[in-house]
Design a protein around this ligand. Structure first.
Ligand code: GDP
Ligand code: IMO
Ligand code: MG
Length: 429
């Protein structure tokens, strides 16, 4: 039973890259199943510091095959640049991309921007990478798949009509500049030629590892509350970042699962628009944003992240919709030095206390957090690796999160580097 889900539990950027780089020592396949290069997964180890947008975070281990599954949308230029970077840095893992992953075309990036501009003050705050429009075309059966890049002749039969329609939309609906159909066709030919060695049937790679009893890590992108179905719609991303996305996004069956680990940050962050009940005032947010060795700025867009106290109501909901059976808590070191720390244990909605996470964003926006305040701790947790080094207050904080969420912490991350990890019990057996 060798597939281990490791996914974001709140609004993304929980430290999935750091955790997966650590855990991948014990896995032969690390596979992305959703999202695209809207993701930014930071990995720091002896090879250097990397922000992976498409390449899975196992690539720093020589024994790994790093698979970009069919559920991912891929900007070929970003992937090719990233593969080049991986090779230049001497990272030893192999990289494969599914022939059925959809391509983020140049017009998707244009449409992402134009649609955000059209929304004005109601913009989603997307990463602007064309991810939403690429999924729209996938669902609308107008998408181009990676495998098609290998056959320019066939593509030349489909692409002109698609681009004609896109240009009508761009110019007539949005008043934008049309894209150049010939230049895009040439670009697709180059992409096909350059990506050819990496294109594979990803379900075969993942499936044979599972059949052979090898450990596979299913790498989440974004977080449960950005999930298209379970997140704070419409302020979400356009794919299923929760556990269900792993089955369709890679072509695996449910019996393959051996564990579902949620990656939680010791507090909450969010980038982009949308309700965020525990959001801190700018002064406290600034303190947390700039504490620790790496500040809270988007790994993809560089935007400052919004900061809030740990939201256990949202957390419990995330445990449920993912069937999580364990968690990893990251960036604990960032909370060093706080006299007291708040945990949101319930909301007040229209004057009534509730511990249920409201599904409607409008309702969530009206929720006021009800906090439990617990003492902070003396001393530093930065870089600690053994349980006995954990200050009593920090231990109490973790235990309280475990109690509230009903799952145990397998690991606490105490710094951005691979070895700054305190493993309480193995996540991968
Ligand atoms: P991801 O998208 O979930 O992989 O997370 P990001 O990489 O976007 O953001 C997490 C940030 O926190 C990155 O800058 C990491 O280097 C950093 N990080 C991860 N774990 C820890 C930790 O335990 N302590 C500190 N201080 N930083 C961490
Ligand atoms: P990782 O994998 C945090 C957010 C955007 C925006 C919304 C929709 O690094 O955790 P999109 O470009 O997907 O259409 O934007 O989703 N978002 C993320 N926030 N971490 C991410 O990825 C994100 N990927 C998308 O900020 O609010
Ligand atoms: Mg990130």
């Amino acid at each position: 039973m060798p597939a281990y889900a490791v996914l974001g539990a709140h609004w993304g950027d929980e430290g999935k890259g750091k955790v997966i780089d650590y855990l991948a020592e014990n896995a032969t396949v690390v596979a992305r199943y959703s999202g695209g290069n809207n993701a930014g997964h930071t990995v720091m180890n002896d090879y250097g510091t990397f922000s992976f947008h498409l390449v899975p975070s196992g690539v720093c281990w020589p024994h790994t095959q790093n698979v970009i599954g069919n559920g991912v949308v891929v900007d070929p230029d970003v992937l090719l640049d990233e593969i080049k970077m991986v090779r230049n840095a001497g990272l030893p893992g192999n990289v494969f991309v599914s022939d059925r992953a959809h391509v983020i075309m140049p017009y998707h990036v244009v449409l992402d921007r134009l649609e955000e501009e059209r929304r004005g003050k109601d913009a989603i705050g997307t990463t602007g990478r064309g991810v939403g429009p690429a999924y729209v075309d996938k669902v609308g059966r107008q998408g181009i798949r990676i495998g098609e890049l290998l056959d320019p002749e066939d593509l030349s039969l489909r692409l002109p009509d698609i681009i004609r329609f896109k240009n009508e939309t761009i110019t007539k609906l949005y008043g934008g500049e049309p894209v150049d159909a010939d230049a895009i066709f040439e670009q697709t030919k180059r992409w096909g030629a350059e990506l050819k060695p990496y294109i594979a049937r990803s379900e075969d790679i993942v499936g044979s590892a599972i059949d052979g009893g090898e450990n596979v890590i299913l790498e989440g992108a974004q977080g449960a509350l950005l999930d298209l179905d379970h997140g704070t719609y419409p302020f979400v991303t356009s794919s299923n970042s929760t556990v269900g996305g792993m089955l369709t996004g890679l072509g695996i069956g449910p019996r393959a699962f051996a564990g579902v680990t949620g990656v939680f940050k010791a507090y909450c962050t969010r980038v982009g628009a949308g309700p965020f009940p525990t959001e801190l005032n700018e002064k406290d947010a600034h303190t947390i944003r700039n504490a620790g060795p790496v500040g809270e700025f988007g790994a993809t867009t560089g935007r400052p992240r919004r900061i809030g106290w740990f939201d256990a109501v949202a957390g419990k909901y995330s445990v449920r919709v993912n069937g999580m059976d364990s968690m990893v808590v990251t960036r604990l070191d960032v909370l060093d030095g706080w006299e007291s720390i708040k945990i949101c244990v319930a909301y007040e909605l229209n004057g009534v206390r509730t511990d249920r996470f409201p599904i409607e964003s409008v309702l969530l926006g009206r929720c006021k957090p009800i906090y439990e305040e617990i003492p902070g701790w003396d001393g530093s947790t930065a870089g600690i690796t053994r349980p006995e080094q954990l200050p009593v207050g920090a231990k109490r904080y973790i235990n309280r999160l475990e109690e509230l969420l009903g799952i145990q912490a397998n690991m606490i991350s105490t710094g951005p580097r691979r070895n700054e990890s305190l493993e309480l019990r193995p996540s991968i057996k």
